[in-house]
Ligand binder design. Structure first.
Ligand code: AOF
Ligand code: ZN
Length: 371
């Protein structure tokens, strides 16, 4: 290999390393920045890392600005530095001033971007502004990894619908706890229940069918991980015929907003302040209509928690993007229905990974890339 080629490959490896670090830093904002994406930034000069930043919470500094502030606080000059940033820097005044201006002001001479920002107020404008300012720009380093990390944001910007995650728990024979003649049981391990709470914390809305509410009276709140200063996920109930019990937790606890999806105008005079209703024209509400309605409300990520009928509707309309199936080694017995994972393949999903959580087997299914 020529000396030149050798240097080039070293340079690539370094670049990747810095972008990987930026992705790692971005994780620090998880559960806290919604509806903004997770973004990380590393400032480097002559191979030396000068400063680091990430978007930490909604309303907080953007990643680039935090990195520049980090350098300032250490008294380190950023002149001639390269910024590795997982998302195209913004070029608009939002909750913060434009990152493009901060980077120019800081004298950064090169910006390496993971993914372009599909937000219509940015989309390419950040890159253009940097180039106009004399900055060298490269784009697409570890793009897949960066996009995967901010997939709900990417999905919503492109389709104006939430990214849909289906969550189901089964016993060792694939049986789900859905025997209406007896109360539901906790059969997953504490570890997998804890992980399930993290998935809730990562969602802007959680959806169930009305039968699940009638049977389990769930609270659908996030217990455990700190979800930061952002709002709790809204609780969506598909309830075409207004069968939701007026004294259930979702209607009375005030812990988070509850949205009932119904098919006619029912009397809502007894509703608590946290309850709202949306009326759909169809009796059999198509899933795409629910997703469009949630997308219009800015919901980027939806967790579908059940039950069987609701999962079936989402899968048969091909509108599930990811699924998390937790299989317990316990045997529920009885003759409840079985969740057959072949329905996931039929809905266009592939098994992405499997892991173990205190005896439970957790399978993640997904699309290789969101549409
Ligand atoms: C960046 N760096 O760290 C993030 C960006 O309301 P604001 O001001 O917080 O802006 C939110 C938008 O800015 C968000 O929708 C996305 O397009 C972009 N996010 N941009 O340069 C960051 N988090
Ligand atoms: Zn910004």
């Amino acid at each position: 290999m020529s000396e030149r080629g050798f240097r080039w490959s070293i340079g690539m490896a370094d670049g990747e390393m810095h972008m990987r670090r930026a992705i790692e830093l971005a994780e620090r904002g998880r559960h806290r920045v919604m509806p903004n994406p997770l973004v990380g930034c590393v400032l480097v000069r002559d191979g030396e890392v000068l400063a680091e930043g990430w978007h930490d919470h909604i309303g907080g500094l953007h990643a680039e600005q935090m990195a520049i502030a980090d350098a300032e606080s250490k008294g380190v000059s950023t002149m001639g530095a390269t910024a590795y940033v997982t998302l195209e820097p913004c070029n608009h005044f939002g909750r913060t001033p434009p990152c493009t201006e901060s980077l120019l002001w800081a004298g950064v001479s090169r910006v390496v971007i993971g993914s372009q920002d599909p937000n219509p107020t940015v989309r390419g404008g950040g890159i253009e502004a940097l180039i106009e300012g004399g900055v060298e720009v490269e784009q697409g380093l570890l793009e897949d990894e960066c996009e995967t990390q901010m997939s709900p944001f990417m999905h919503w910007c492109r389709l104006r619908r939430p990214l849909v995650t289906l969550k189901a728990s089964t016993d060792s024979s694939g049986r789900i706890d859905y025997d209406s003649s007896r109360p539901s049981e906790r059969f997953s391990s504490d570890e997998s229940l804890e992980m399930a709470q993290k998935i809730r914390a990562d969602s802007m809305a959680i959806l169930v069918g009305v039968n699940t509410v009638i049977r389990d009276d769930p609270s659908l709140t996030v217990r455990g991980p700190d979800i930061g200063p952002r709002n709790p996920p809204i609780r969506v109930v598909v309830d075409p015929n207004n069968r939701v019990p007026s004294d259930c937790r979702l209607m009375t606890d005030g812990e988070a907003p509850t949205l009932l999806v119904q098919s006619a105008d029912f009397d809502s005079s007894g509703d608590e302040g946290n309850v709202s209703r949306v009326v759909m024209p169809e009796q059999d509400v198509p899933v795409y209509r629910i997703l469009d309605m949630l997308g219009d409300r800015g919901i980027q990520s939806l967790l579908v928690e059940g039950g069987l009928d609701t999962w079936g509707r989402f899968l048969s309309e091909g509108l599930v993007d990811r699924a998390r199936i937790c299989e317990s080694p316990k045997e529920l017995g009885g003759n409840g229905p079985v969740f057959d994972s072949s329905c996931l393949s039929m809905a266009g999903l592939d098994l992405i990974s499997s892991m173990e959580a205190s005896g439970d087997k957790i399978d993640w299914w997904g699309r290789k890339r969101s549409p």
